[in-house]
Design a protein around this ligand. Structure first.
Ligand code: ZN
Length: 299
């Protein structure tokens, strides 16, 4: 039985025991993995039809298991070595999510040295917020290339205002059948520079609005039943669903090097009947929160 808690010894046995509980899926982002120690457990899971994705840091320590990894790949393992911009940067995560319900994280790398010689910690949790946080981080590093990572961490700078430039995709429904996506370039200058647009099936917009509606229905129902709503928890959960839905834009760049954020058009009241047209940002790509704003005024 796997219990939630902090484990400071025998982490390898705990990791293996936890892995063996997997029924559907395992995602692992751990800087260094010794496949002699964990390979057979991973192999068994693959044989049982468990979907497994692993990312490790791209270096010689992991490369020496190339043969072992190839075998596992032939048995269905999806595997990536993440190369960082410099040799001194690392894919330094140490976490694993099992069946989207349990996460393991801490300082512990899946190596012999970490298990036998170091002071290390490994925590296990079934907390939904934690699990969802790790799942979305995994999806981010799984889907972004190293060039993307550099673009996000070191964005292009606008020559006029000296602020980072970002591409914003704004969805709206157009007629009965289409979703229109307008792409804008934004920076600190204050004006939105329209770049281009693309069209998708109307369902793209309708499904997005459907997520908001479902949450507002839940709020209403809870209110009518006299339940107290944990607003923070609900907002976090809504954000997670939206980000999961919108992270598809990572693969469709819509003619831009990368899409930094996604939003919808809105109207913000200022005083009495007065207000302004805005773009409300619903989703930001990772590593952009310090330069992509929550809303932009349409001048
Ligand atoms: Zn500017």
């Amino acid at each position: 039985m796997i219990y939630d808690g902090v484990f400071c010894e025998n982490q390898r046995d705990i990791v293996i025991e936890a892995l063996k509980t997997a029924k559907h899926s395992v995602v692992i982002a751990v800087a260094w993995i010794n496949f002699n120690e964990y390979g057979s457990t991973i192999y068994e899971l693959l044989q049982n039809g468990v979907n497994i994705r692993i990312v490790v840091n791209d270096d010689v320590k992991n490369a020496r298991y190339a043969g072992f990894i190839k075998d596992l790949q032939n048995n269905g393992l999806q595997f990536k070595m993440i190369q960082m911009p410099k040799n001194s940067n690392y894919m330094h995560h140490k976490f694993c999510v099992i069946d989207k319900t349990m996460c393991m994280m801490g300082s512990f790398n899946w190596t012999k040295n970490a298990n036998e010689n170091n002071f290390e910690d490994l925590s296990i949790s079934h907390d939904r917020a934690l699990v969802e946080g790790y799942v979305s981080q995994f999806e981010t590093i799984w889907s972004l290339s190293i060039d993307d990572f550099i673009r996000l961490k070191k964005p292009e700078i606008c020559e006029s205002c000296g602020q980072p430039k970002a591409y914003l995709c704004v969805f709206e429904q157009e007629g009965y059948y289409q979703t229109k996506a307008d792409i804008y370039e934004v920076c600190g200058c204050g004006d939105l520079k329209w770049v281009n647009n693309e069209f998708f099936d109307v369902s793209v917009y309708i499904n997005l609005m459907g997520i908001f509606e479902r949450y507002s229905d839940m709020d209403e129902e809870d209110f009518l039943n006299g339940f107290t709503i944990n607003e923070q928890e609900r907002k976090r959960s809504l954000d997670y669903e939206i980000s999961r839905y919108l992270s598809k834009v990572r693969s469709d760049r819509m003619g831009c090097p990368i899409i930094h954020a996604v939003g919808i058009y809105g109207w913000k009241p200022i005083y009495k009947d007065d207000g302004e047209n805005i773009i409300q940002v619903l989703w930001k790509e990772r590593y952009t929160s310090n330069y992509v704003m929550d809303e932009y005024v349409i001048g």
